[in-house]
Design a protein around this ligand. Structure first.
Ligand SMILES: [Mn+2]
Length: 488
């Protein structure tokens, strides 16, 4: 899925004492978490990622923040849909990264060097009556035994206990501004420490955005994380193949979406974002979500859908003909996008600046558009004046991980970050000819994007979404075979 352009935020810009700016994490908990699997994990206590790895992450973060600091990370709150119905629960990615703990109403406090325990979890107490309604809880005992915390307390006691843990620490690392309700609690705890200053208490004097350090850790995927990401990619690729096989003219977009979701759930995954299933000109709407139009013979179908497996996202786009055969115009544009994607993937190597793969894709798209007469001028002029943007208006990819548009800075001190092994990106060039574009009618209303997920390795880029073809001949062959089977 292409990343939206950065939003201009009105009003306050927070600068904290270390003069690191707060990140716009753009965080919205997505209703896409397998609560049943989470509950199973809680019950069995065995997360798919070893608890030693979660412990290692906490240690790394504590090492980075230093001995006079405290980090406070809350679990995602439950969100009401209406009355007493909730949205599917999805744990906060940062909280999950550090704990693997799948429940709401929990707060992690990391207190490096604290004698009576450095890794503290506040969480819900066991409650047979509530558990009969809502499912099992780990309780503070489970948090210590199964999630490896040094100590754990009932969440109801946090107001009495946490201020004492903040006291004596000079720096508080926290995601200010993400959750107003929690911000207010945070201020309350700090003020309780301040109220004791005359009696000799030491209140923190620095408040630091947690994002920089934590999100830098999250940017480099471990072997176990890559294992889950390959699985998420495999599930999504299988779902795309299923969609290609099932599509017929006259079907509705939502029927194709159902094929995708069926395949996700069948494999214990959920959608990592709302699937985009856009036939014909709907493929030109970058974040199209209506998914309720009939699919027409002769149109393309653009599907942008990823699976989330054990909280790790995949993100795949394929574009293919509803009737199984590309028209000459569709094929001409498709070939440009595919060539652009291949040129871009070749740039996913350690030491390459992050922007290199976008530039490579843009170059191929621009020269292709010139050749077809869709934009005028020399390649240099088109690149300089960015006139290709009429047809290619988004960036060629983004970080991928626990979040589909994953965390991590793209630029450092105004310079593109260099790619390093363990980073995972999407590569998703596209061409979109709007229905009212001022070009020959035969091109109008064609929207094409091809997106794969790529791991930066020490050697060649590892494309983890190859289980669904992007080669147009392979797509046509796959669709023809499915029709033959269906007819017999
Ligand atoms: Mn994407």
């Amino acid at each position: 899925m292409p990343r939206s352009p950065p939003r201009r935020r009105g009003g306050t810009r927070y600068i904290e004492p270390r003069s690191e700016t707060f990140l716009d994490a753009g965080f919205v908990a997505h209703p896409c978490y397998d609560l049943a699997a989470a509950a199973r994990r809680t019950a069995s206590g065995s997360a798919v990622i070893d608890r030693k790895e979660f412990a290692r992450r906490r240690k790394q973060l504590m090492h980075l923040v230093g001995d006079d600091a405290i980090c406070i990370v809350p679990a995602a709150p439950e969100r009401l849909r209406n009355n007493d119905s909730h949205y599917p629960y999805r744990q906060d990615s940062d909280f999950h990264y550090l704990t693997g703990f799948p429940e709401p109403d929990a707060v992690l406090a990391l207190i490096p060097g604290r004698e009576h325990g450095q890794e503290i979890l506040f969480c819900r107490e066991r409650d047979p009556e509530r558990e009969a309604w809502d499912g099992a809880r780990a309780g503070p005992e489970g948090a210590v035994e199964r999630y490896g915390m040094d100590d754990a307390f009932p969440i109801g006691d946090i107001d009495d206990i946490l201020p004492g843990m903040i006291e004596g620490r000079s720096r508080v690392y926290y995601h200010f501004g993400r959750d107003t309700e929690f911000d207010i609690k945070m201020i309350g705890w700090v003020n309780r420490v301040r109220a004791q200053v005359r009696r000799g208490a030491r209140a923190p004097h620095e408040f630091v955005a947690l994002g920089h350090l934590l999100h830098d850790l999250r940017l480099y995927k471990t072997r176990d994380e890559l294992r889950l990401m390959r699985k998420a990619a495999k599930i999504a690729a299988g779902a795309h193949v299923r969609a290609m096989r099932s599509v017929r003219p006259g079907m509705n977009e939502h029927e194709v979406e159902a094929e995708l979701l069926h395949d996700f759930r069948r494999h214990g995954a959920v959608a990592s974002y709302e699937p985009i299933v856009g036939g014909g000109k709907n493929g030109c709407v970058l974040h199209y979500h209506a998914n309720n139009a009939p699919l027409r013979d002769g149109d393309l179908l653009l599907i942008d859908a990823g699976a989330e497996y054990e909280c790790y996202a995949s993100d795949i786009t394929r574009t293919f003909p509803v009737n199984g055969k590309f028209s000459p115009e569709q094929r001409a544009l498709y070939d440009i996008v595919l060539a652009a994607q291949r040129a871009a993937i070749a740039q996913i190597k350690p030491g390459k600046p992050y922007g290199a793969y976008h530039d490579a894709a843009v170059r191929v798209i621009a020269s292709g558009l010139i050749k077809l007469g869709l934009v005028k001028g020399t390649l240099d002029k088109v690149l300089r004046e960015k006139t290709y943007r009429t047809f290619y208006m988004h960036k060629t990819g983004h970080w991928l991980g626990l979040d589909v548009h994953d965390v991590g800075d793209y630029r450092i001190d105004g310079e593109d970050r260099e790619l390093e092994p363990g980073m995972v990106v999407t590569v998703e060039p596209g061409i979109y000819v709007a229905p009212d574009a001022k070009v020959a009618a035969k091109w109008r209303g064609i929207g094409i994007r091809i997106e794969d997920d790529v791991v930066v390795t020490r050697h060649d880029p590892e494309v983890i979404t190859t289980d669904v073809p992007s080669d147009p001949d392979e797509i046509e062959a796959l669709m023809a075979k499915a029709r033959l089977k269906h007819a017999s």
